[in-house]
Design a protein around this ligand. Structure first.
Ligand SMILES: NC(=O)c1ccc[n+]([C@@H]2O[C@H](COP(=O)([O-])OP(=O)(O)OC[C@H]3O[C@@H](n4cnc5c(N)ncnc54)[C@H](OP(=O)(O)O)[C@@H]3O)[C@@H](O)[C@H]2O)c1
Length: 269
């Protein structure tokens, strides 16, 4: 039994992060581990995942190769986490890719497949595996989705980023449905909405092709993945409610970034 008066006696929460080799995922791995969690981070290449884990310098971070487009690799990721740490308390579906800022007829079908396969099918396959494991382990668990442009039902569609937006919109819908399907089971669904961060997902794709004014605004409203992770990590570990959404770029933060823009260092978009 857990001794509530002595946090040191509580077992460390175990967190699996898909897409943990860079950007938000890697920063979350660091911040969660710093708060006592055991972390399994993953990415497409086993070598890169192992290097990312060892660069973070924490014994309780394991790096595992897992391409979320391949269900057997997701199974192996779950099994590696359980073999090393005994259970999984949080599974964060964070792996994501963008695409060039282009109209549909200029995108290769392979790019369309990769974006949907990673951001949508990959997140669902991850959630499915985590559900199977969490429904049968004592204490259940929590499955998170990293949202993105397209997730908000209030956001107007943006030209040039339709496939990415569709992947995030569809994944968001599916996870909102999961929150209803699994209500009361002990497995809870959560959402991370990280705002705008200068990471490879945007810098390698859309950002470099965006109009200068849009990039300038992204620089003003953006924050580093490290800052976002520092804000999210304690809230992830504290989350209790099914359907919880952690939003970084709230109206208050947007207003503050706009007001302080002349004095604040801009993010490099
Ligand atoms: N940056 C932003 O402004 C922003 C805003 C809102 C939401 N997001 C979302 O935040 C999440 C993290 O993105 P980020 O901004 O931190 O970008 P990032 O630094 O490019 O990170 C993306 C991560 O996904 C991994 N990944 C890509 N394809 C994968 C696959 N098929 N299987 C497994 N892992 C894969 C990458 O690892 P490998 O390359 O090692 O495979 C990397 O670790 C994404 O879901 C993104 O859509 C980003």
């Amino acid at each position: 039994m857990t001794d509530r008066r002595n946090p040191a006696a509580r077992p460390a929460p175990v967190v699996v992060i898909t897409g943990g080799t860079s950007g938000l995922g890697r920063a979350l791995a660091r911040e969660l581990a710093a708060r006592g969690a055991a972390v399994v981070l993953s990415g497409r290449s086993a070598q890169k995942a192992e290097e990312a884990a060892s660069a973070l310098g924490e014994a309780r971070i394991l790096g595992v190769g897992c391409d979320v487009r391949r269900a057997p690799e997701i199974d192996a990721l779950w099994e590696a986490a359980v073999a090393r740490f005994g259970r999984v308390d949080h599974w964060i579906n964070n792996a994501g890719i963008g695409h060039a800022h282009r109209r549909l007829d200029d995108l290769d079908p392979e790019q369309v497949d990769a974006v949907l396969g990673t951001n949508l099918t990959g997140a669902l396959t991850g959630a499915r595996r985590a559900l199977q494991g969490m429904l049968t382990q004592p204490g259940g668990g929590r499955i998170w989705l990293t949202e993105g442009l397209g997730s908000s039902r209030l956001q107007p569609a943006m030209a040039g980023i339709g496939v990415y937006g569709a992947s995030k919109s569809a994944a968001g819908y599916a996870f909102r449905a999961l929150a209803k399907e699994y209500r009361g089971t002990g497995v809870q669904i959560g959402f991370l909405r990280p705002g705008i961060m200068p990471t490879p997902v945007v810098l390698g794709g859309p950002a470099t092709e965006l109009p200068a004014a849009t990039r300038q605004m992204a620089g003003i409203l953006g924050d580093s993945a490290e800052d976002v992770a520092r804000g999210f990590a304690p809230r992830i570990l504290r989350a209790r409610r099914n359907g919880r959404r952690l939003t970084w770029l709230t109206p208050a933060r947007t207003a503050s970034h706009l007001l302080t823009a002349p004095f604040r260092r801009r993010q490099p978009f």
